[in-house]
Design a protein around this ligand. Structure first.
Ligand code: TRP
Length: 450
């Protein structure tokens, strides 16, 4: 059984854990990234592989990650140290915590820059800058934002301050309060926009694009992207959800809770796709537009709608809120560790991490303008950070978590912790964790890298 103390506090109820974990999971990954990588990877077949990755790998690993967190009740680094000791495993397993803290830090640095785009667009939308604009003008607005290090840095700064401000206040006064407000608003906004897409001309074409399976479009690269994204969107593999698990009440079933979170996250991604692609098709735009899809293509459509200023503003508020509740979970593992390790206040720990991630974020800022020609392995600093974390560090972290939870922690302890009521289901989960998930991750990683 888990220990029952966490120096950082607890979620006040199971629902608050669900909201917090969903808040972490639902973010830029769902609304910005999922639609554009689906577009780049040809639609339906990619969506199918992604869904398989969520079910076969994502959910089992997520159950494991939350369980480890609740068993350890500390920051992921110290949780892994403690659990390795308790299980008589090598102290080197703490690498899961270290790698995760690093990945969280790296992701936070670029996440904040992209979230800054959403903040900037919220203001532009409300200003009416997109009313009746052409595709070319929209491209120019996006280009002007990306081309301006000053603009990008200003919004990156604002977003980082918002994030760190919440993390600094701690689990209850910060995270919990923010999430109680952000998540309901987010769901309401999503429903409004989805309703709009449903009534648009391109709806059936959008559905078609997302759900017709053309396997000829599937490459090894896209399978790797699908797996990486499954981890990214569920906030898996870096300890974020482990840290949240550490604050979970002792008597709730982790398995059931995780299934709800994974379902909500997937539902939001699909809904975001179904809200965006119809608009793309109805306006004769390209689904494969890449990272600009959300920022370049959608505003054109909002510009043509009768209440476009309102819907467009709401939309970017939604994106900003989703990003905000995710970013706090990227910072949480390492901030919690600093508090434990150096006995400093959360304010100090959050400020240190925020400032460092802000500085590193400038590399992403410059990737879109003055450093756009600086390339390593054919990737800009931003692309490199994204690839390294999402496609390598997260799957690797997930692999280690699966192996540690599956093979190193005693099965009886695991059974106590995860809360899977049926022995058959528990066995199935354990089998997946021990064999299926690790093999699948290794296969995809090896294949993708060579
Ligand atoms: N899941 C978030 C998204 O989809 C991003 C995120 C937050 C994340 N915390 C994480 C990704 C931890 C990986 C690990 O936008």
């Amino acid at each position: 059984m888990s220990e029952n103390t966490s120096m950082h506090g607890f979620w006040k109820s199971r629902w608050l854990f669900i909201l917090a974990a969903t808040g972490s999971a639902v973010g830029l990954g769902n609304i910005w990234k999922f639609p554009y990588i689906t577009g780049e990877n040809g639609g339906g077949a990619f969506v199918l592989v992604y869904l398989l990755c969520i079910c076969i790998i994502g959910i089992p690993v997520m159950i494991a990650e939350v369980s480890l967190g609740r068993m350890g009740r500390q920051s992921p680094i110290n949780t892994m140290k403690a659990l390795a000791k308790r299980s008589n495993a090598s102290p080197n397993w703490a690498i899961i915590g270290w790698m995760g803290a690093l990945a969280g830090f790296l992701i936070l640095s670029f996440y904040s820059v992209i979230a800054g785009w959403a903040l900037s667009y919220t203001v532009d939308m409300a200003n009416g800058d997109f009313v009746k604009i052409s595709a070319e003008e929209s491209g120019n607005i996006f280009g002007a934002l990306l081309g301006s290090p000053t603009q990008l840095t200003i919004w990156h700064t604002v977003f980082m301050l918002l994030t760190i401000g919440i993390v600094a206040r701690g689990v209850n006064a910060g995270l919990e309060n923010a999430i109680k407000f952000l998540m309901p608003v987010l769901f309401i906004l999503l429903f409004i926009l989805f309703g709009y897409a449903l009534s648009s001309d391109g709806f059936s074409q959008g559905v078609n694009f997302m759900f017709s399976f053309d396997f000829s479009k599937l490459t090894t690269e896209s399978i790797m992207v699908a797996l990486g994204h499954a981890f990214f969107t569920l906030s898996l593999g870096l300890g974020a959800i482990m840290a949240y698990g550490a604050y979970m009440p002792a008597n709730t079933s982790i398995a059931k809770t995780v299934v709800i979170v994974a379902f909500l996250d997937t539902a939001v991604a699909i809904m975001a796709g179904l809200a965006i692609f119809p608009i793309v098709f109805a306006n004769g735009l390209e689904p494969s537009a890449g990272p600009g899809l959300l920022f370049q293509t959608l505003p054109i459509a909002f510009g043509q709608m009768s209440a476009g200023v309102i819907f467009g503003t709401l939309f970017f508020v939604l994106v900003s809120f989703a990003a905000w509740s995710s970013a706090i979970s990227l910072a949480e593992p390492i901030v919690a560790w600093i508090v434990e390790r150096f006995q400093v206040s959360r304010y100090k720990a959050a400020a240190i991490i925020g400032l460092s991630a802000w500085v590193l974020g400038l590399a992403t800022v410059f990737s879109f303008n003055i450093w756009s020609d600086v390339k390593l392995f054919d990737k800009t600093p931003f692309d490199l950070l994204d690839f390294l974390t999402t496609n390598i560090l997260l799957p690797l972290g997930g692999l280690c978590i699966a192996i540690f939870a599956g093979w190193k922690v005693s099965t009886t302890k695991m059974m106590d912790e995860v809360g899977i009521d049926y022995p058959v289901l528990f066995k199935l989960w354990l089998f997946t964790l021990r064999f299926l998930a690790p093999l699948a991750i290794i296969a995809v990683l090896v294949n993708g890298l060579i």
